[in-house]
Design a protein around this ligand. Sequence first.
Ligand SMILES: CC(C)[C@H](C(=O)O)[C@@H](O)C(=O)O
Ligand code: SF4
Length: 456
Amino acid sequence: MFDKIWQQHVITGKPGEPQLMYVDLHLVHEVTSPQAFEGLRATHRRVRRPDKTFATMDHNVPTEDVFNVKDIIARKQMQTLQKNAAEFGVSLASVGQAEQGIIHVIGPQLGLTQPGKIIVCGDSHTSTHGAFGAIAFGIGTSEVEHVFATQTIWQQKPKTMGIHIHGQLQPGVGAKDVIMALIGQHGFSGFTGYAIEFYGDVVENFSMAERMTLCNMVIEGGAKMGQVRPDQTTFDYLAGRKYAPKDMSAAIQYWSQFYTDDPTAYDEVIDFDVSDLAPYVTWGTNPGMAIPIDRTFPEPKDVNDQKAYDYVGLKPGDSPLDIPIGFAFFGSCTNGRLEDLRKAARVLKGQHVAPGLTALVVPGSMAIKRAAEKEGLDQIFKSAGCDWRMPGCSACLGMNPDRVPAGVHSVSTSNRNFEGRQGAGSITHLASPEMVAAAAIHGHFVDIRKEAIING
Ligand SMILES: CC(C)[C@H](C(=O)O)[C@@H](O)C(=O)O
Ligand code: SF4
């Protein structure tokens, strides 16, 4: 599948060397675009294909009052994108508008993300879009400028890896646990240099939201791209969306060519039986520092592990069940979709978060917010003592007012647990929406498989 899409997009360059690739969709946000637009302006160039470019604001957005941007840099970046989009004729889903949201959430939602496309964005989690059978990867700001000007990008073809996921997931264990386990077992650079294709019955049975969670986090294992073969689930998801093809049967015929004919042709294959998989949580300061909930923290292997222990204030042999939790974050491009909010709400319904614990629920987009409110999820969260917010990256990273206080342990449905990621001195523990919900109730992690709501 990867090679088929790649071949269709090569403009020039020899195999084994960087090749010039055509870009079908360029997604843009306020943080990595200002210098790129500035570069165009300085050299009197235009955006070559505004019709293949789409922008939104997400990282800097204050989720309590989206129009009240107190931080000077944040405000400048948002105003600059507004101005640049108007000047260069790029569609922008701005704050407060119906289509605004996290770029990796709205691309699929608007039907911009489609099988067979090459999709880029100045953001590492662009891998998310590969869930539709696209080649999607993050680029740097100078590359953003190159794509603006030419609608092309130089790229060296990566090696391919097939990850065969099969077996029967236990109730309460899902896509987030699968990808966290893969990264926990192979390390945060274990997949470096590869484009991954996930396949097998587990992946086939996953919803688009679950496939996106899987592909979203491949970058945390070092891979720039992750993919899932497009199938009926993909086509059903896209049908009727704003920018999806009007003639779906022609589109489906075209998209159906994108599959891997020969599973032995991957450069590398990993076999993953998920039948015994337990929910995963991170203890340290990168997503590779992850363990099943029913284990204790490992002995440090190297100085990085020791440094992580020093930062998080935990020690080998401790149990994740004993971490004192003061903050819970539901949201991000990993787990800020409607299905994720439903999973969290199911656990939180009729319950209350632990005394003194702050819980933020941040839908991934305005559309998700509206849909969630229509089903009453906001009421469930509010009754449980959570804050129900406007869409944005929020507490996934400290580029806006939503921050975890220093020294506080946070459970988070996001994708990175780096030092200070959720605010200076914050300590992040990544987990699935259900696990974060249960941890918020108890004030410490629990094994969701043992909770009555999941266990029946
Ligand atoms: C700000 C942006 C460049 C960054 C990324 O590329 O991923 C952010 O989205 C993140 O998640 O750390
Ligand atoms: S939600 Fe988090 S990971 Fe996703 S784009 Fe925003 S900051 Fe990056």
